[in-house]
Design a protein around this ligand. Structure first.
Ligand SMILES: [Zn+2]
Length: 271
């Protein structure tokens, strides 16, 4: 599933090809994604110039003089830039065609993604308005988590995965960051010290930044006919390694379910 680093890499990968370009048409072959693609999307976007391309959480936002096109890659979505006519395959649901003859092709086999239009400012759209802080901003810091977590009994792992608190910390990144910061994932969020939150935030930022940097090396793939943006694997220390030795102390890693998500941790290193 595309996580924040993949979405950030996608924004950086498509921007040079799409920014300041005019949309010539939008071809929708299959409008039923997680929500239906607006039936009039072609007439809305035709002739409009893409002024900005940005990311909020896992949403990609195409900004126009007025209005925003909101793209979410869901569980299995990916986009690529093509510049030669190429027959669409089964899951190539949408092409956003540009005046410069190239086009963005959206594939989404499981169709949990979304392509929506809003004429109002994007930040007040219901999908975006209640979203928590961006994890890479400096306002996301140990003090922020410490203040919001007081008296909270929810496990710290659920707390940092709550998108109303901070957006884009998925299961992989939460699991890895808690190991990095030596925090037991099931510990109540309200019982964690400010110092521990400071090191947890550092770990989250470090892991996300490393993943984005790694994604940078795949950018060229956005413009290949067989292009796959490559949902890059960061160097995982514990995620997916139940029963393997802890990379720090060699104890067997354990598994725990928190909010229906499996969590791998070291009972020796994480307190
Ligand atoms: Zn250990």
């Amino acid at each position: 599933m595309p996580e924040l680093p993949e979405v950030e890499t996608t924004v950086r990968g498509i921007s040079p090809h799409m920014l300041k370009q005019t949309i010539s048409s939008v071809i929708v072959r299959h409008p039923l994604l997680r929500w239906p693609i607006p039936a009039d999307i072609d007439s809305i976007l035709r002739g409009k110039i893409i002024k900005t391309i940005s990311r909020r959480g896992k949403y990609i936002l195409f900004g126009f003089e007025t209005g925003t096109l909101i793209l979410h890659l869901g569980m299995s979505g990916r986009v690529r830039i093509l510049d030669k006519p190429t027959s669409p395959e089964k899951h190539d649901h949408v092409d956003i065609c540009l005046n410069n003859q190239s086009y963005l092709r959206l594939s989404d086999p499981r169709r949990f993604g979304a392509l929506l239009w809003t004429a109002s400012p994007a930040e007040i759209h219901p999908l975006l308005s209640k979203m928590g802080i961006e994890p890479l901003l400096k306002e996301f810091n140990g003090d922020y988590l410490f203040q919001l977590s007081r008296k909270k009994k929810t496990p710290v792992k659920s707390f940092i995965m709550d998108s109303h608190i901070v957006t884009g910390v998925g299961n992989i990144y939460a699991t890895e960051a808690l190991f990095h910061a030596s925090i037991y994932p099931n510990k109540p969020a309200g019982n964690i010290s400010k110092l521990d939150y400071i090191s947890l935030v550092r770990a989250i930022k470090l892991i996300l930044k490393n993943a984005i940097a790694k994604g940078g090396t795949t950018l060229k793939d956005f413009k290949q006919s067989d292009g796959n943006p490559g949902y890059f694997s960061i160097q995982l220390k514990v995620y997916g390694k139940n029963g393997e030795p802890c990379p720090r102390c060699n104890m067997k890693l354990k598994s725990l379910r928190i909010a229906q998500r499996s969590t791998i941790y070291c009972s020796m290193c994480q307190k």
